[in-house]
Design a protein around this ligand. Structure first.
Ligand SMILES: Cc1cc2nc3c(=O)[nH]c(=O)nc-3n(C[C@H](O)[C@H](O)[C@H](O)COP(=O)(O)OP(=O)(O)OC[C@H]3O[C@@H](n4cnc5c(N)ncnc54)[C@H](O)[C@@H]3O)c2cc1C
Length: 317
């Protein structure tokens, strides 16, 4: 993930792009603001939306052999970036190839990693398969949700996972059952540095579509009053054991506090919103300020939940 001091042979990108299928999208110096829900301005030195497993493998192997850092993004709803340029390759599984959704035997569904959770929920409702309703309002993809073990309303995506197929950085494909993965709070051990290709999910069984719809509407109503509408990357900090990051931030008097264009949401204190052209460094400064204030008031040091595209938190905090 390191972006600094990377030696890049300029011709490698031209060479690799030329070998890929026409439907694989490749770009240089690609603006990323549209691909990160927080909408901060930055560029990816190299950018690709592979249209097949073969092209994904070619891209990964080429970048590795050139020592170019790689970042996979889904909907970018849990990612912020500090610098204005990411000097690496961003791979986004946005081609329709990655968005398949298929009913398997009995209570199972197979989904591509680029499928949006909202689409998964719509499909499950049409198939009258219950158990996915809590995912509807999470603005991510299946791949991002698995890597983050996304959860809401008392449930986690790990509860619904049966099997995951992924590619390692040598381009080899593997399959693991849920029991072989180490799911934790906003984390899935075993998938670091891998690319999730697809997953088999298990429902809670046949459920009338109307029942599913009512549950989704109830969850929606809860979100509408408890989460900001402005651009954000979701919850900035993990909840510490036995408490809530939002409560601690609010109790420290930080609601509405801003640095540059980044502001602590008045609606939910664990969200930093892009108020007006926030930069990555505005957000980083605000994160540092929140951690210091909360620590001095409560003795608790909050840990970030949101991820950095171009650095590691331990190197910048
Ligand atoms: C308004 C708002 C509300 C939110 N509410 C919730 C909530 O209720 N619960 C919750 O858990 N989260 C929530 N989030 C955070 C976020 O939506 C989730 O973490 C989501 O699952 C991230 O999915 P994504 O596709 O956007 O992943 P990204 O943000 O794009 O990526 C997240 C991580 O997954 C990795 N990744 C993504 N796709 C792949 C892949 N195919 N293979 C390998 N690695 C991959 C990335 O490299 C990165 O490390 C919220 C965010 C917002 C903006």
């Amino acid at each position: 993930m390191l972006t600094q001091n990377v030696k890049i042979h300029e011709s490698w990108w031209f060479d690799v792009s030329a070998t890929l299928d026409k439907s694989t999208l490749c770009a240089e110096n690609k603006p990323l603001d549209r691909y990160l829900t927080i909408g901060i301005a930055c560029f990816a030195r190299y950018y690709a939306e592979p249209a097949s497993i073969e092209d994904l493998s070619v891209l990964i192997k080429a970048a590795i052999s050139e020592n170019v850092p790689i970042s996979i993004i889904g909907r970018g709803s849990n990612i912020i970036v500090i610098d204005t340029v990411y000097n690496g390759l961003v791979i986004r599984l946005n081609h329709p190839f990655w968005k398949m959704c298929q009913r398997l035997d009995s209570d199972y569904i197979r989904v591509g990693s680029g499928l949006r959770l909202k689409q998964l929920c719509g499909f499950a409702m049409r198939e009258e398969l219950g158990g996915f309703e809590f995912l509807e309002g999470i603005p991510g993809t299946v791949g991002g949700a698995i890597c983050m073990n996304a959860g809401a309303m008392g449930h986690w995506i790990s509860e619904r996972i049966s099997r995951i197929t992924f590619m390692d950085r040598a381009g080899t494909i593997h399959m693991l059952n849920r029991e072989q993965l180490d799911f934790g709070y906003r984390h899935c051990g075993g998938l670091e540095d891998q690319v999730v290709l697809n997953a088999e999910l298990i429902s809670t069984g046949i459920t009338p579509a109307l029942e599913i719809q009512l549950l989704i509407e109830t969850f929606h109503a809860k979100r509408r009053v408890s989460q900001p509408r402005e651009p954000s990357a979701g919850c900035i900090f993990k909840n510490p054991e036995g408490d809530y990051a939002g409560r601690l931030i609010e109790a420290s008097g930080l609601k509405g506090v801003s640095v540059g264009g980044a502001r602590v949401s008045n609606c939910h204190a664990n969200f930093i919103i892009n108020d007006r052209d926030a930069t990555g460094s505005d957000i980083l400064s605000l994160v540092r300020m929140i951690r210091n204030e909360v620590f001095s008031k409560s003795g608790i040091m909050l840990q970030p939940e949101v991820l950095l595209l171009d650095a590691r938190w331990e190197d910048v905090l």
